[in-house]
Write a protein that binds this ligand. Structure first.
Ligand code: ADP
Length: 295
């Protein structure tokens, strides 16, 4: 049954509603955060170091109990998932130093025993392609190999929701984006929902998906990258002009920056196919600008 908090949650892979979380003696890391991940969406969660990305992903997975608000996965309370729902989730934490004495082959055999659905062909293919030695102790693998192995483990049971916390952090800069594209390709074919966090902007370019900006405990904005670049503009003018213009265009102001002499700069998202009047001072924005202004 649908809870009153989540009018559309049955359709969502994950839905967070008004989620607040603080660590003891700290400020709120998540502050009445609303967020939904829809089936098949591939979302890059972007935020500065310490913004709360790990906290958010752990809360989304039901690994942390929020102080307020609710989290649902596949329409179920994330803190009380049944086994079937659990089996639909794959998670790659930022650091996993478990099983260091196992070999990759032993690790995979161990996890295989838990999952009714396990794709041996995919596992074997990825082990070869990503050059993971099967019979060497995991503690002797490089950081990048460990990370890839952790990803193979999470992909093997073909999850409907794949959550990856900084999945390319241990890879060298040159390989990061290519690897991400390959990873996303693996899961997109099946229509799985994927969310991965990063604090590195260039990871996201040309991987083609939605971007969610985490800032001040909330998702400040989420949209497909190409739509953002098409629809977000920076306007400059007097405060009154800006208010009139935003209302007239039906634009959604994302950030206002006061300038001298009663003027301001407004970063705003325009409705699709807006035609701007010639008289307006307007700039295009790139992903760098968005990151700087929204996180
Ligand atoms: P990110 O993943 O974006 O770098 P985190 O979720 O790791 O951010 O951390 C968000 C904030 O919460 C940081 O200020 C961090 O210091 C703090 N924090 C994270 N984990 C804990 C914890 N277990 N106890 C107390 N504070 C924490």
């Amino acid at each position: 049954m649908t809870s009153p908090h989540f009018p559309h949650s049955d359709a969502a892979s994950a839905a967070l509603s008004q989620v607040t979380l603080r660590y003891p003696n700290g400020p709120s890391v998540l502050d009445r955060l609303d967020w939904q991940l829809l089936p098949g969406q591939v979302v890059g969660l972007l935020g500065r170091n310490g913004a709360g990305k790990t906290t958010l992903l752990e809360t989304l997975l039901g690994l942390r109990e929020p102080d307020a608000g609710a989290v649902q996965l596949f329409g179920q309370d994330a803190l009380r998932l049944d086994d079937a729902a659990r089996g639909r989730i794959g998670y790659v934490p930022q650091h996993s130093d478990l099983f260091e004495a196992f070999t990759p082959a032993q690790l995979l055999a161990y996890f295989r025993s838990f999952y009714p659905r396990w794709n041996d062909a995919k596992v074997e293919g990825l082990m070869s392609r990503w050059e993971i030695p099967r019979d060497q102790a995991i503690r002797k693998l490089s950081g990048g190999q460990k990370q890839r192995l952790s990803i193979i483990r999470a992909l093997a049971h073909e999850p409907d929701l794949l959550v990856l916390d900084e999945p390319v952090a241990s890879l060298d800069p040159a390989g990061r984006r290519d690897f991400l594209r390959e990873l996303v390709g693996e899961v997109m074919d099946r229509g799985a929902t994927v969310v991965f966090s990063t604090h590195i902007l260039s990871d996201l370019e040309r991987v083609a998906f939605n971007i969610a900006f985490l800032s001040r405990g909330r998702i400040a904005l989420q949209a497909p990258l190409d739509e953002l670049l098409e629809q977000v503009r920076a306007f400059t003018g007097s405060v009154t002009e800006m208010a009139t213009l935003m209302a007239r265009l039906g634009a959604q102001p994302l950030k206002r920056t006061p300038l001298e002499a009663g003027r301001e700069r407004v970063l705003a998202r325009l409705p699709a196919d807006t035609t701007l009047p010639d008289s307006v001072a307007v700039d295009r924005v790139n992903l760098d600008d968005l990151f700087t202004e929204l996180t």
